[in-house]
Ligand binder design. Structure first.
Ligand SMILES: Cc1ncc(COP(=O)(O)O)c(C=O)c1O
Length: 394
């Protein structure tokens, strides 16, 4: 089917200055990976987010994978995660030996809370993955972090969708032991389609992440008489708490890093523009119908990476059908609860008691909401939504 407005449009246009930075890096970067542009991007990111350590990686899934390796799961260890999230939030932890335990979401925030986490905590819980889904920072993230610290549980914040959001002046990603960011094509900023960042507080983790990121490369631990002896570079097995961890190659290139560094300057503006548009949309819809229940957050706690709503009265499917057939607008449903996928069923992880997750997913809609959507398309989507909602009401 042909749509006037597709769900997945080109999310971003780059400014002339950003294109210039990329061109300069293409011409001047020596080497094209692991160089000064990555270093600059990591330093800017640390300053922006407020973290002592930041490591650029090729995507957020890799950052989650390294976090999972550093958790050092043992047989029987459990990791709590929402079932209502993108699959990469959790499968790196399963790959590293943890058993997922699904926590429910709150209907208002569409994220886990301290209460839903506490319901599934056991003595085997080694880690908790929280996801600031759709761009909404979890309101009680500070309480969750304190609870995890008190109970010796590692906290991983998946901030792939919520970069730049904050509570009480503290940014999403800085509450837990690990903060994971994505610069994938659809995110609020993108480093040419792929990219990610991992932040940590613990120096013990920070010391070995460069080796885990890049094939176990490290410096020789002795003074060398000749720079070519015994070889140009050393490789070693990263070691944590007396155990070896196998390295990967998850490096982020210099061109992507140069662009990321420049895009960071525009991130707050992009977030403000997305937020203003979302609020405009929500307020205009509320004037004609109460059928859609949106997030109700007007401030920096939401960057509206995505614009989603719950459709009341079992009207979801008719709403999508009419929007698609009469208005050619591609509304979608997102984040099929992970425990319902064959992937997780085949692994035996299909048991979950998550009523809010089921209710929300079975009634949710996600609107096209890319940053580069034109004002004309946005107005058309707004008027079309108002029109279809008034028809459904009748
Ligand atoms: C919540 C969430 N976590 C993790 C990821 C993985 O990000 P990446 O594509 O950078 O690996 C995504 C990307 O869509 C995401 O939305």
């Amino acid at each position: 089917m042909e749509f006037k407005i597709n769900f997945s449009g080109r999310a971003h246009n780059y400014t002339e200055e950003e294109e210039k930075v990329v061109l300069t890096a293409m011409r001047e970067a020596i080497p094209l990976t692991q160089g000064k542009y990555l270093n600059n991007f990591e330093n800017s990111f640390k300053n922006y987010i407020g973290s002592p350590f930041a490591f650029g990686v090729n995507n957020a899934t890799s950052a989650l994978y390294i976090s999972a390796q550093l958790c050092q799961f043992k047989n029987g260890d459990e990791v709590i995660s929402p079932s209502h999230t993108f699959t990469a939030s959790i499968y790196p932890f399963i790959k590293n030996g943890a058993k997922p335990v699904w926590a429910d979401i709150e209907l208002e925030t569409r994220t886990v809370s301290l209460e839903t986490i506490k319901k599934v905590i056991t003595y085997k819980t080694k880690a908790v993955v929280v996801v600031h889904l759709y761009g909404c920072i979890i309101p009680d993230i500070e309480e969750i972090a304190n609870f995890c610290k008190l109970n010796n549980i590692l906290l991983i914040e998946d901030v792939a969708q919520a970069i730049g959001t904050e509570i009480n002046g503290k940014k999403a990603g800085t509450f837990g032991d690990f903060g994971v960011f994505s610069f994938h094509s659809h995110k609020n900023i993108t480093t040419l389609g792929e990219g990610g960042m991992l932040i940590v507080k613990n120096k013990k983790f920070a010391d070995i992440i460069p080796m885990l990121r890049h094939n176990g490369h490290s410096s020789w631990q002795f003074t060398r008489e000749n720079y070519w002896m015994p070889a140009m570079g050393n490789v070693d097995l990263p070691e944590l708490n007396g155990e070896f961890i196998f390295p990967n190659n998850f490096s982020l290139g210099e061109i992507e890093s140069a662009l990321g560094n420049e895009l960071l300057k525009r991130l707050d503006k992009i977030n403000i523009q997305k937020r203003e548009r979302a609020i405009r949309f929500i307020n205009a819809i509320m004037q004609v119908s109460s059928l859609l229940e949106f997030h109700r957050v007007n401030n920096i706690q939401h960057n509206y990476h995505l614009l989603v709503a719950k459709v009341k009265d079992n009207k979801r499917d008719i709403f999508i059908k009419k929007m698609s057939e009469e208005k050619q607008i591609q509304i979608v449903v997102q984040y099929y609860p992970l425990h319902r996928y064959d992937f997780y069923k085949k692994l035996g992880f299909d048991k979950a008691s998550v009523p809010n997750t089921d209710v929300f997913f079975d009634n949710m809609v996600s609107f096209p909401f890319h940053h580069s959507m034109s004002e004309a398309d946005f107005s058309y989507m707004l008027e079309s939504t108002q029109d279809i909602l008034s028809q459904i009401k009748e």
